[in-house]
Design a binder for this molecule. Structure first.
Ligand code: ZN
Ligand code: ZN
Length: 322
């Protein structure tokens, strides 16, 4: 018997090691702490990605940070300049949204001249922020040149949140007392992880039987429903892919192609279009079953056809485009 233990992504963060000019991605913050040498403690910036286009953002919490006007304000005064100390959210730190570049942006789409961003320079060790580049951190005293990132301007009535994606323009919205940003943390979703794992196990098994256990009834029910819905949709999509393999087909022709496959395979038909079987039996229906099935399949093809190519399940919303 083989036991495997799998851990989902607990929350992706980036760090900025001195020797690199680009962010280093860690799918779990613990991995960075483990990998770092004793004396090398780097600041962690949690990663969120736009659920529509995959644009990534880094999050930082700073003391008295405010950026709703032309330039970031607040912070500590230091001579003619100012800076912002890192401060945990639980201790009252203000949330700042940052990015290093726009994905898919052309060269003339410079973040330097973007109306909604301002450059900030971060200490790679403690995460303090400065308006200009610095060789020695005023907060933690570490030497080493700061890293330049761009803060996203916030709205006065919704401070601390991303109200729209800089790359694709997807909007956030208020839901009751909470605000739903267009971007989400890169973190595992249990149902999706279990689904992908089990699909793979089934595909590679000799006898295709699968049992999934769970320690409580609610999760088990949720997982079962989720897998049923998604597995069915993926199988229908696979049939559509197969139909389009040899070239383009009209919606009607593609639906007919899938219809033929279901006509020839009753168990496939019962698994993929149970709604049709519920409405009318195949035997003695006088052709109504076939009629309903064609209509149902046409709706399924249209459903995929009208799905925005940017809204699809894919690697981008998972931050792999980082
Ligand atoms: Zn520092
Ligand atoms: Zn976007």
């Amino acid at each position: 018997m083989v036991h495997g233990f799998v851990r989902g992504i607990s929350g992706a963060v980036v760090s900025f090691p001195v020797e690199r000019n680009v962010p280093r991605l860690w799918l779990a913050a613990e991995d960075e702490i483990e990998a770092a040498e004793e004396e090398e403690k780097h600041a962690h910036f949690p990663v969120t990605t736009c659920t529509t286009c995959g644009q990534h953002y880094f999050v930082s919490f700073l003391k008295d940070f405010e950026y709703t006007r032309k330039k970031p304000g607040g912070g500590e005064a230091a001579g003619d300049s100012c800076y912002w100390e890192p401060l945990e959210e639980s201790r009252g730190g203000c949330r700042a949204l940052l990015l290093d570049r726009l994905i898919g942006g052309s060269d003339d789409e410079n973040l330097e001249d973007h109306a909604r961003t301002a450059p900030l320079h971060f200490c790679r060790y403690c995460g303090a922020a400065y308006p200009e580049e610095l060789g020695r951190c005023r907060h933690c005293g570490a030497t080493g040149v700061t890293v330049e990132l761009f803060a996203v301007r916030q709205k006065k009535d919704n401070p601390g949140v991303l109200t729209s994606c800089l790359s694709c323009g997807a909007n956030g919205r208020r839901m009751g007392s909470r605000y739903r940003e267009p971007a989400r943390p890169v973190r595992a979703t249990n149902v999706a992880d279990v689904h992908v794992l089990t699909q793979d196990m089934v595909h590679n098994s000799e006898r295709q039987r699968l049992l999934v256990f769970c320690d409580n009834r609610q999760d088990a029910a949720f997982q079962a429903g989720w897998m049923k819905d998604h597995a069915r949709r993926f199988r229908l999509r696979a049939l559509m892919m197969g139909g389009l393999k040899d070239g383009p087909l009209s919606v009607g022709d593609l639906s007919r192609r899938i219809d033929d496959a279901l006509e020839a395979d009753e168990s496939l038909s019962r698994a993929l279009v149970p709604e049709v079987w519920l409405v009318v039996r195949k035997e003695g229906g006088g052709g109504r079953h076939e009629q309903e099935r064609r209509k149902f399949l046409r709706i399924q093809v249209l459903r995929e056809e009208t799905l925005s190519s940017r809204q699809a399940f894919g690697l981008e919303p998972w931050g792999v485009a980082l």
